[in-house]
Design a protein around this ligand. Sequence first.
Ligand code: SAM
Length: 217
Amino acid sequence: MRLRHIKGCEDFITDAKECLREDEAIALKGKIQDIFDVRRPLQIEIGMGKGQFIRNMALKNQGINFIGIERYESVLMKAIQRKRNLESDKAIDNLRFLCADARKLADIFETGEVDKIFLNFSDPWPKDRHANRRLTSPDFLQIYDRILKPEGVIEFKTDNVGLFEYSLEVVKDSKWKLDFCSFDFHSEEKSEGNIMTEYEEKFVGQGNKICKMIISR
Ligand code: SAM
């Protein structure tokens, strides 16, 4: 998702108390939980977009701290504004944001600091020469391997069968284990209580099936 540049979005992100810029997060390495009032297990969504999924996860799971990660300021600004709108009813103190490129995550999180990673409707990058930009490429799985706890898991949803099949191949050739796999997740019992992302709602509305995998080591 790349929204048109919104004038002032960089300043908005710099001033937002619930958000860290990449350089600030790198400087805080090992102390990232200091951005929350209370330390709790930590779950992150990489490529959060406008943040519908992680907002609802935070509201539903008050015993977990969530960080939504998005590299574009204009997109992140929307996510922060929507969180603030919701907060007119009730503070959401277990949700923070990070304006960063996923490539930098091992410079931001300590080894084994993260309990769970969500990848939702990641950009497919269909051209072979762009394969290493896919958030399920071997390079990214290596980064996740460092920052995830030994018992940590990655949950990945997409409607893009090509990206899903590519990701299954990457997992097969790696030390990761496939704990769950479905090419039609919404028809599975396991989808009960599923929280939809913005893209998921859009693609389901178009009649697309949703693929999901859960992997661990
Ligand atoms: N997860 C949301 C959803 O399901 O509605 C948004 C999906 S959107 C297709 C993918 C998002 O991932 C975009 O907002 C994009 O900017 C972000 N993204 C892609 N590559 C990224 C990276 N390397 N680091 C951080 N964010 C990234």
